[in-house]
Design a protein around this ligand. Structure first.
Ligand SMILES: NC(=O)c1ccc[n+]([C@@H]2O[C@H](COP(=O)([O-])OP(=O)(O)OC[C@H]3O[C@@H](n4cnc5c(N)ncnc54)[C@H](OP(=O)(O)O)[C@@H]3O)[C@@H](O)[C@H]2O)c1
Length: 303
């Protein structure tokens, strides 16, 4: 850890991802940032990742890299496990060796979605697919090392920069007169920028004695957009906040169910996260998902 006058050394992994791209911006004022992504760093190679941390000697590692292709993971379980489980464990080990802290993100897909209330950190995970299983193993690998870490479990992350549910709905809305969207998948839409900004506010709270601060708050937290919605309600809101509604050809959104769209991976149906523990601990919360969506979409220029 650096002293009071030394800039914080931050190692950001996944700088081209939805979240990582936003983190690169929000973390930059906080210190000296080394931001990497594939192929500069390959998280499928844990020992290469270890050497990278040793070379950078960071005070904080922020890992926004992940294997996030939920369906493809079913046929690439070893690759998903290396990136999402083995390497995060190695990052945690190297964080301890460097007296650094680790911020890592996980997913609502660690749950099976069979509850009828939002999941808390005490609820037992039971992933339905390879992706969720690999992310759960990543959480456990970090926890086993017992260093200073924050695991932030989030849900339904979107950005307007990369393909996401929001950009897909906008594109589908210009391709036909009807759109079928499922009503039985429910969770918290989370704008990547809000997640990144909140991560930076955490580092602000950590201040210059950040390792002590991390030791006090080390653990796993749920952090996602407040409230929850079905995919259908989310799609309706996206069309409502579309700054160019005249460009839409769509006339109707038809309700559908998950069973109508067979996919390689099973997905949890009700995987909303209860984020009260995060708010009680840090005094921060993400705004309700619809307000965040409205703010995100107000950035799009009508064509
Ligand atoms: N997206 C969601 O809905 C969602 C929901 C819940 C939790 N999360 C979690 O939130 C975090 C951020 O997700 P995100 O949506 O920002 O993910 P993302 O957009 O898919 O970004 C992940 C980044 O990791 C990179 N990456 C993949 N394989 C790599 C490798 N072998 N070595 C180095 N980098 C590699 C990706 O590069 P390429 O693009 O080249 O593959 C990409 O830049 C992840 O931990 C994810 O599990 C996401």
């Amino acid at each position: 850890m650096t002293g009071h006058n030394q800039p914080l050394r931050i190692l950001l992994l996944g700088k081209y991802g939805q979240l990582g791209w936003e983190l690169h911006r929000t973390l930059s004022p906080l210190g000296e940032i080394t931001a990497l992504d594939y192929p500069e760093i390959d998280l499928s190679n844990p020992e290469r990742a270890r050497r990278c941390v040793q070379a950078v000697q960071p005070d904080i590692i922020v890992n926004a890299s992940a294997y996030t292709a939920v369906d493809r993971a079913e046929s690439e379980p070893e690759l998903a496990a290396a990136i999402n489980a083995t390497t995060p464990g190695v990052l945690a080990e190297e964080a301890v060796a460097q007296r650094a802290a680790l911020i890592h993100y996980s997913t609502d897909y660690v749950f099976d979605g069979s509850l009828n209330r939002p999941y808390t950190e005490e609820d037992l995970p039971n992933p339905l697919g390879v992706y969720g299983q690999s992310k759960l193993e990543g959480e456990q690998a970090i926890q086993r090392v017992s260093g200073s870490y924050l695991i932030l479990r989030t849900s339904w992350v979107y950005s307007l920069r990369r393909d996401s549910f929001v950009t897909k709905v906008l594109s589908w809305s210009r391709q036909g007169s009807t759109l079928r969207v499922v009503t039985d998948q429910i969770s918290n839409p989370t704008w990547a920028r809000m997640l990144a900004e909140t991560t930076s506010l955490l580092l602000m709270q950590a201040g210059s004695d950040n390792l002590d601060w991390f030791q006090d708050v080390t653990g796993l937290y749920h952090l996602a957009g407040s409230g929850y919605s079905s995919r259908m309600e989310w799609a309706q809101a996206i069309l409502r906040y579309d700054p160019d509604p005249d460009g839409q050809t769509i006339r109707e959104i038809l309700p559908s169910i998950t069973a109508d769209f067979p996919t390689l991976a099973r997905r949890p149906l009700f995987s909303a996260l209860n984020c009260d523990h995060f708010t009680r601990t840090f005094g921060l919360r993400l705004p309700d998902w619809e307000t965040a969506l409205m703010l995100a979409m107000s950035e799009i220029k009508p064509s």
